[in-house]
Design a protein around this ligand. Sequence first.
Ligand SMILES: *Cc1c(COP(=O)(O)O)cnc(C)c1O
Length: 335
Amino acid sequence: MVDFRSDTVTQPTEAMRLAMSRAEVGDDVYGDDPTVNRLEAMAAEMLGFDAALFTSSGTQANLLALMSHCERGDEYICGQQAHNYRFEGGGAAVLGSIQPQPLTNQADGSIALEDIVAAIKPDDIHYARTKLLSLENTIGGKVLPMSYLADAQALAFNHGLKMHLDGARLANAAVALNLPMAQIAGHFDSLSLCLSKGLCAPVGSLLLGDDRLIARARRWRKMLGGGMRQAGVLAAAGIIALEEQVSRLTDDHDNAALLARELSQIEGFDVDLASVQTNMVFARVAEHIDIHAIAAELKAQGFVLSASKNLRLVTHKDISRSDIERFILALKALC
Ligand SMILES: *Cc1c(COP(=O)(O)O)cnc(C)c1O
C-alpha cells in the first residue's frame, strides 16, 4: 500500500528494528534505562536545551509542556489551527485547568504579533493569567519564517511570557530552511518533537526545556501514566531517528513538490503551490469530482488517501518518486 494519509504511517527502518532488538535497557522510572538516558542526552545536546524527556506521544509532550509552564487558572496563547488546541482533546483544560486563548492563524501559519499583544490579559482578578505563547512549526506543512520567530520571542520577553514550540515536525522545518534544528529551537523555552512521523520511529516524542521544567514534566508524566519501564526498546529507535532520518526528509519534500506540480495539472484539483513547503500537499477538489468514489478505486490499486473536498496528501519514507508517478497516472485515468 502507498499510504498518503499521514507520515505517521511510516514503518521503522531495518536499522531501528536491529537497534531495538539489541537495546540495553533498565527501569526508566528509576532513571536506570541507559538507552533512554542516551536518547534524552543526545536530543538535549542536538537541540540546545539543558534536558529532555522521552514521552509516549506528541500529545503527551505538549500536555506536559503546558502543565509544566502553567498552573490552574493560567492561560496559553495559541493558533486556532494549533494541534495543541484543536486535536488534543482539550487536555490542557481537562487535565491542567489551563485556559487556551486561540487566535487566528495567518495564511503563512503565524499569529499576527498585534493579535498576540491584544490578547495578553492585564494583571486583574477578572482574567486568567497569560503565561505562555505556543507556536507550531511546521504548521499545515508550512515553515514559520525565522524573522517571525525572532519577533515573537522579543514580544514574549517584553511581556513576560514563556514560549513553547509544538515542533512535531521541527525536522521538516529545519530541512526546508537548510538550518540545524537547534537554530529554530533557540527561540523557545520548550519544544516538543515527534520521533514517530517523518523520522520513522515506531513510538515516541521528546519534550525539551531547562532542568526545572523537565523535572516538573517528569512528575506530571508519571502522574499521567507515562512512566514507562524498559522503554529503551523504544528509545533505541528514537536515537536512529535523530541520527539517520533527519536529512533524508529532503526526499519527502522533493516528492511533495513533484506531487503538487503533477496534481495541479489535473483538471478539478486546485493546488496552492506556494503552500507546499515540506511534505504536505493540499488541494481543493471541484464539486463535479466524486473524490470518495475515486479514493475507493485508488484503494483497490494500492493507494490510500483520506477522501475529502479539501484533500491532504502527505509524503514520507515509504512513498518513493515512482510511487508518486504511478499514483498520478492512476488518478488521471480515473478522472
Ligand atoms: C502529530 C502531531 C502532534 C501529536 O503527536 P502524537 O504523537 O500523534 O500524539 C502534535 N502536534 C502536531 C503539530 C502534530 O502534527
